[in-house]
Design a protein around this ligand. Structure first.
Ligand code: RET
Length: 286
């Protein structure tokens, strides 16, 4: 018995070594892929610059709603800098063996799971800022934030499932279902609220930017190594980093720049969430 175990030991050790890529090894592999590494560090630099710029832009903002829009938006590059540091250090990247049926079945594929995890923190902040701008009510805000977090978490589950190829795509479909709810509120509900709140122009610009950019994420997930593996890991990472630049930093700059220049419009919006749905700022007769 002991002899049999001893004979198996080198095989066992080898299979463990093959499956467990240590953090220093992941870091080493990132260092060797200059394109991939640059996709992380360019975003760390941009997030840092954005934080400084947004703090400076918000230095004189006094209205509480405008301040809340600033705080929510500022959280986006703050989460981003943490997210990309996690990726660049190898902390939130794993090599996962793809299940049978996948184009890279049996191969260890670099999976940037930290992205999906941190999206669950950054995307609700983007939606909170947009919801405040549209003057939405608490029900719609809570619905969009909860479904958005569910979209990110089920997307994470899709990326981490290695037992079955079918189940990876099943998670993906669940995530898309949550995404549809997010899109419905963004495209149908909030434009009506923004009309009543008097912020329709800027809201519609940011809505189009958000919807177009956000649609890119599930598309690149499907095209990348986690999905059909039609494009390489570094290209996928650059696609996400590029989308991030527009969906986060450019989005945030446009929003905050508008808020600074239109603070009185924001201050004159009916107080609290939910006013838009009760017919705007007009008080009831009774
Ligand atoms: C996944 C894969 C599963 C299906 C869907 C996805 C959608 C992701 C989106 C991400 C947006 C991220 C942003 C990050 C900014 O920090 C998870 C890729 C629908 C829409 C804007």
């Amino acid at each position: 018995m002991i002899e049999a175990l001893a004979a198996d030991a080198p095989v066992l050790a080898q299979s463990i070594l093959l499956q467990e890529v240590t953090q220093p090894e992941v870091y080493q592999r990132i260092q060797e892929d200059a394109l991939l590494n640059l996709s992380f560090w360019s975003n760390i630099a941009l997030a840092g610059l954005s934080i400084l710029l947004f703090v400076y832009m918000g230095r004189n903002v006094e209205d509480p709603r405008a301040q809340l829009i600033f705080v929510a938006t500022l959280m986006v590059p703050l989460v981003s800098i943490s997210s990309y540091t996690g990726l660049a250090s190898g902390l939130t990247i794993s090599f996962l063996e793809m299940p049978p049926g996948h184009a890279l079945a049996g191969e260890e594929v670099l999976t940037m799971w930290g992205r999906y995890l941190t999206w669950a923190l950054s995307t609700p902040m983007i939606l909170l800022a947009l919801g405040l701008l549209a003057g939405t009510n608490t029900t719609k805000l809570l619905t969009i934030i909860v479904t958005d977090i569910a979209m990110c978490v089920t997307g994470l589950a899709a990326a981490l499932t290695t037992s079955s190829y079918m189940l990876r795509w099943f998670w993906y479909v669940i995530s898309c279902a949550f995404f549809l709810v997010v899109l419905y509120i963004l495209l149908v509900e909030w434009p009506k609220d923004a009309e009543i709140a008097g912020t329709a122009d800027i809201f519609n610009t940011l809505k189009i930017l958000t919807v177009v950019m956000w649609l890119g994420y599930p598309i690149f997930w499907a095209l990348g190594a986690e999905g059909f593996a039609l494009i390489g890991v570094a290209t996928t990472s650059w696609a996400y980093s590029g989308l991030d630049i527009v969906a986060k930093y450019i989005f945030a700059f446009l929003l905050l720049n508008w808020v600074v220049n239109n603070e009185t419009t924001v201050a004159n919006m009916a107080p609290g969430l939910g006013s838009a749905n009760r017919g705007g700022a007009a008080p009831a007769d009774d």
